[in-house]
Design a protein around this ligand. Structure first.
Ligand SMILES: [Zn+2]
Length: 308
């Protein structure tokens, strides 16, 4: 113990704290429930403004073999090939009912993440005055686009990232659509208003508490995702990505650990009903804009076909 100084302990504690804060985990996502309104203020990443939002694609489905919920960030998020997207093209081409069903199961979903300061969470008041991560889909993105650069930009603009009295909060209204899924279309930014208890010092503290959104999910390689497909669907796909060279047998280990990570995340969501709602959110966003989505899917498939 002699050489173990207090400053070393402080370093360890700090590194732990940093670790837990930097990327965040699934518990840091704000869980929303239908029939409730949440008042939140967006937090900019003041050190790296470009990392204020994280826009990503992902796949998630109930394993056809084990029943567990399987998910992976789609590598098209960062411009790489995705074995799931490629398999979906083949399934569409195949055209049988069974193939189309699997293609739908493996569909690509689009979401965004942003750091938020929670002003009012009616269901979980312990979230009030906390920094959380908001995960949302196209409906909310449209409201944000309008506020930032669209027809509402004059009224809102940069104010949606302002934590002072000159800032505008988002009222996230979660309604139920005809299909029983959550709908966010009645959400809107409100007029400028101070956040109760917010001071200049507190604003600085909040700015320094943002999560690194792009580190929330474990990223998997092409091979890992292909293995996952073989393990959790009836497909038997080539796990070798011809365009990237993969070395060593290490991939097996990392593959397993990635899947386990995903499993543990999903365990979280299974433990928690509202998290299940979150996964429904994704569906509802897709369902609500079915036409757009099909167009989008077709365009992407055309794009992908060019590469084959
Ligand atoms: Zn994909």
């Amino acid at each position: 113990m002699t050489s173990f100084t207090k400053s070393m302990f402080d370093d360890i504690k700090t590194s732990l704290e940093n670790n837990s804060k930097s990327g965040g985990n699934f518990r840091d996502l704000l869980k929303t429930e239908k029939g409730n309104s949440y008042l939140v203020r967006f937090i900019p990443n003041v050190k790296e403004p470009k990392r204020t939002f994280y826009h990503y694609y992902h796949h998630g489905w109930q394993s056809e073999k084990t029943g567990q919920y399987i998910s992976a960030t789609c590598p098209t998020t960062w411009g790489d090939r995705c074995p799931i997207c490629e398999e979906r093209i083949k399934l569409y081409r195949d055209g049988t009912e069974e193939s189309k069903k699997l293609a739908y199961l493996l569909k690509r979903k689009e979401n965004w993440l942003v750091n938020i300061y929670v002003i009012t969470d009616p269901k979980n008041q312990e979230n009030n005055n906390q920094v959380k991560i908001l995960r949302y889909g196209k409906q909310v993105q449209k409201i944000i686009d309008d506020a930032m650069s669209g027809e509402d930009a004059d009224e809102f603009g940069a104010a949606i990232f302002d934590l002072s009295k000159d800032g505008c909060s988002l009222r996230l209204k979660v309604e139920e659509n005809e299909g029983g899924f959550p709908s966010y279309t009645s959400s809107r930014f409100l007029t400028k208003k101070a956040i109760p208890g917010m001071t200049a010092d507190k604003i600085e503290e909040v700015h320094n508490s943002v999560f690194e959104l792009d580190k929330l999910f474990d990223l998997m390689t092409y091979e890992d995702i292909a293995e996952m497909l073989n393990e959790h669907t009836t497909l038997n796909v080539e796990t070798n990505n011809a365009s990237t060279k993969k070395t060593s047998s290490k991939s097996n280990t990392s593959n397993t650990s990635n899947i386990n990570d995903d499993d543990s995340n999903d365990d979280d969501s299974n433990d928690d009903d509202s998290n299940d709602d979150d996964s429904n959110d994704d569906d509802s966003n897709d369902d609500d804009s079915n036409d757009d989505d099909d167009d989008d899917t077709d365009a992407k498939i055309q794009d992908l076909l060019k590469d084959l």
